[in-house]
Design a protein around this ligand. Structure first.
Ligand SMILES: *[C@@H]1O[C@H](CO)[C@@H](O)[C@H](O)[C@H]1NC(C)=O
Length: 410
């Protein structure tokens, strides 16, 4: 008799707290907040795959409010608030009915919020299993969703509307410095999408939906299973649009990593040519195409990185042509050239000589105190001034570059 009464009692006791937990854990009630520090527990999706919260980034004491994969070792951020600008330790994000999410600094000053786009009051928020952070109204309507405001990444089921764009970060995840003009919509896929209707990322991969409802599939066949792998399409900091996948389950080795399914464009070094700005690499730097169509940058001889920690950055010349120095002797005695083939800086010209022989080109640059580099190609000579931009290896042009260097004084 005693036993039969204890059983239902226990049952109630066990079920009740679990039920409350489920509610509070997977829907985020009004008034909930997160504080930027290492101890903060993010808001997780029901599946546990995605987290919304603060991630500490370099420099220390800086935190980024973002969505990231919660279960994988390799920190991968798929969306960020506040245009990717980090906030100091102690900043707080709060969910309130009028503004949705509000991010405040430790002094209480508002830094960012979802408010301008909220039409009615928020009832709760959800970190959805798809990776979409959603603000839901009391009538269950979606008032705001991170999927509508993509940053540098699209996830399966996400749609990029006409005029939407992905914007790459300037450098790898430790540095969220922004350069607003950098690579915006530069990849051909995004330009193509402007002419089309929508860019859809679904089980099949990436599609362009045209106005006539035809779909153009951009992904190669045999996409690794969506249920067993995470998929993402990211416009990386180097300007390459890449479809990555990563196994969801981890093995004992824990060696799972992101693999590339495909990427665009085939040669980013040649695809990007900015009238202003430095191109893929920094000023005076040269873009080379490496493995997996990823670019890497190498300063030319006679130049070195301005910031040794940023290989993609600017290169400073050891020698800057000076017209004052020029009158002091025979230029042949003062200067020489480092000659490199298949390297071009298509812009930065100040003079073109046509027709010109190679030796004539060399001499023209030597005797011009403004000339830092001469490019010789198909009977033409281009004199260039510093800083050089859009430097790239280009094997299609049969081009020769003459970089002016100072002779070591003897
Ligand atoms: C939330 O995720 C489910 C799949 O788990 C999906 O069917 C639904 O469309 C998503 N809702 C939103 C608003 O993203």
């Amino acid at each position: 008799m005693a036993c039969s009464t204890t059983y239902p009692m226990l049952f109630v006791l066990l079920i009740f707290p679990l039920h409350i937990l489920a509610q509070t854990k997977f829907t985020i009630p009004l008034g909930s907040s997160l504080t930027a520090n290492q101890e903060t527990t993010p808001w997780l999706s029901h599946s546990g795959d995605f987290a919304f919260g603060f991630k500490q980034i370099q420099p220390q004491n800086q935190f980024l409010l973002c969505i990231y994969y919660a279960k994988i070792k390799d920190t991968t951020i798929i969306w960020y608030a506040n245009d990717g600008y980090p906030v100091p330790r102690g900043s707080i994000v709060e969910l309130n009915p009028q503004n949705g999410l509000i991010l405040r600094d430790p002094q209480g000053k508002m830094i960012w919020s979802t408010s301008p786009i909220i039409a009615s009051n928020v009832a709760y928020a959800v970190m959805n299993n798809t990776g979409n952070f959603v603000l839901v109204g009391s009538d269950s309507s979606v008032l705001w969703e991170s999927f509508r405001y993509p940053t540098d990444t699209l996830l399966p089921t996400q749609i990029l509307e006409i005029d939407d764009k992905l914007v790459s970060r300037k450098s790898e995840p430790t540095n969220f410095d922004y350069d607003s003009e950098y690579y915006i919509g530069h990849t051909s896929i995004l330009r193509r999408s402007q002419l089309s209707y929508r860019l859809i990322f679904d089980e099949l991969g990436l599609n362009i939906l045209k106005r006539n409802n035809q779909r153009l599939l951009l992904t190669p066949p045999n996409v690794p299973s969506i249920s067993e792998n995470y998929h993402r399409l990211s416009l990386d900091f180097d300007g390459v649009l890449t479809h990555y996948y990563h196994p969801k389950s981890t093995t004992s080795t824990g060696n799972e990593r992101w693999s590339t399914l495909w990427s665009l464009p085939d040669n980013i070094c040649l695809a990007i040519l900015g009238e202003t700005g430095s191109g893929v690499c920094g000023y005076n730097n040269v873009c080379h195409l490496g493995e997996n169509q990823r670019p890497y940058c190498v300063c030319p001889k006679g130049y070195s990185l301005t910031d040794p920690n940023n290989k993609y950055g600017n290169c400073k010349p050891k020698f800057i042509p000076s017209c004052d120095e020029f009158g002091k002797g025979n230029p042949e005695d003062l200067y020489d050239f480092d000659v490199v083939t298949d390297v071009d800086w298509p812009l930065s010209d100040f003079e073109r000589i046509y027709p010109s022989a190679e030796e004539e080109c060399r001499k023209a640059c030597l005797e011009d105190c403004f000339c830092a580099v001469a490019i010789y190609r198909s009977n033409s000579c281009w004199k260039k001034k510093l800083p050089l931009s859009n430097g790239r290896v280009d094997t299609t042009l049969n081009v020769k570059a003459f970089l002016k260097i100072r002779k070591v004084s003897t």
